[in-house]
Design a protein around this ligand. Structure first.
Ligand code: GTP
Ligand code: MG
Length: 371
């Protein structure tokens, strides 16, 4: 196989990733992702607010939702209007999501547009057979009524999403220090944005070995409510520090981490990070979550991070007091795992790895393992 053949094969077998930002917050988060350059995915901004949508200059596509109903003026905090608006564009949404294998739906819950539209998009995601992951924030505890709307939206999302990654803004403020509101929101944007970007880059970029669409599916499919934790460390025990911190400070109040369904861990370190350190991180996590069957992890080198490591742990299938009573998402009738996507991609990656100098491999290693 020539290198050209290989690259061609990779291009054809790459899973199709679509990231949709919904409402004001969702669009802001996807703008963060566009700025950081998403390697292998399409970005769509969708909002009822024409003005805000107009600022999304780097999206691959913008969708003005409910033009007839909202006239481009937003929907004033009413999720029912947001849902109606999205339904007005149903044919367009179906057309845009056709062929998607992995769908990220990003929104700040609590307003009208994002909160109302996200379940409509999730239903289409399920219909086209995509692994559908919602990434949402819930409003601060002081925003009582908005928080209630967010809970309702998560309930209806649970019917059609595989995993719902929830970040509680109040929790974020605790973790990131008592930041002013605007800064806390930017931290949330960067966090949700890097979650989406890390996963997309990891499964679409051939430089990262072995974590593929099928692995991701194993952890996130029917994952239910999921929580993210982040940690950073330096010095001799940097990996342990970062992992402990990531697991100890989930950005959603969860009841019991030890019963989680699956874990995805993403580690970024400087050029001095060793494979052994990455492996230790994985072991450490498996010790903390003894009942989980599914653990996948990936690692990436960032030359700017000399001496430090950063860890992001996504823990799926958790229970959370605020979201109690929300059922686990119902699985798609017949899991349409596109083997034609996953298999050739893994094979092509393996071929490519063989062709790479040994040093490159150890710098960009990704492991996946099922316990
Ligand atoms: N992470 C993040 N959250 C935001 C941002 N702006 C607002 N939020 C949060 O998201 C919630 C919903 O706000 P928006 O996204 O502006 O609402 P919308 O979906 O556009 O809804 P309408 O404007 O009512 O049509 C708010 O209650 C905030 O908690 C942002 O830039 N980043
Ligand atoms: Mg808005």
């Amino acid at each position: 196989m020539t290198r050209e053949d290989l690259l061609e094969k990779l291009k054809l077998s790459r899973p199709a990733v679509t990231v949709v930002g919904l409402g004001g917050a969702g669009c802001n988060i996807t703008t963060w992702i566009s700025d950081k350059k998403l390697a292998g995915g399409k970005i769509i901004g969708a909002n009822t607010d024409a003005n805000h949508l107009n600022s999304m200059t780097r999206a691959d596509k913008v969708m003005l939702l409910g033009e007839k109903l909202c006239k481009g003026h937003g929907c004033g905090g009413y999720p029912e209007r947001g849902a109606q608006a999205a339904n007005e564009n149903l044919a367009e949404i179906k057309e845009e999501l056709k062929g998607t294998n992995l769908l990220f739906l990003v929104a700040g819950l609590g307003g009208g547009s994002g909160t109302g539209a996200i379940p409509v998009f999730a239903a289409v995601g399920r219909e086209v057979g995509a692994l559908t992951i919602a990434c949402v924030t819930i409003p601060f505890t002081i925003e009582m009524t908005r928080r209630e709307k967010a809970r309702e939206a998560i309930k209806s999302l649970a019917e059609n999403c595989d995993s719902i990654v929830v970040i509680d803004n109040s929790k974020l403020r605790e973790v990131a220090g008592n930041l002013p509101l605007k800064e806390a929101l930017s931290v949330a944007n960067a966090l949700v944005g890097s979650f989406v970007k890390n996963i997309t880059d990891t499964i679409t970029q051939p430089s990262l070995v072995n974590l593929d669409y099928a692995d991701l599916r194993a952890v996130m499919e029917r994952g239910g409510i999921s929580s993210i934790g982040i940690g950073e460390g330096d010095g001799a025990t940097r990996v342990e520090k970062a992992v402990s911190q990531a697991l100890a400070t989930p950005l959603l109040d969860i009841t019991d981490i030890s019963t989680a369904y699956g874990v995805l861990i993403h580690i970024v370190g400087g050029e001095d990070m060793t494979l052994e350190e990455v492996a230790i991180a994985g072991e450490q996590i498996m010790d903390k979550i003894p009942n989980t069957k599914r653990v996948i992890w990936g690692a990436k080198v960032d030359p700017g991070l000399a001496g430090r490591v950063r860890v992001m742990a996504v823990i799926t299938g958790v229970t959370c007091p605020f979201l109690s009573g929300i059922p686990k998402p119902v699985a798609a009738p017949a899991p349409t795992i596109p083997k034609e996507v996953a298999k050739p991609l893994r094979q092509a990656m393996e071929h490519m790895v063989e062709a790479l100098p040994q040093e490159t491999i150890s710098r960009a290693a990704v492991f996946s393992r099922e316990k």
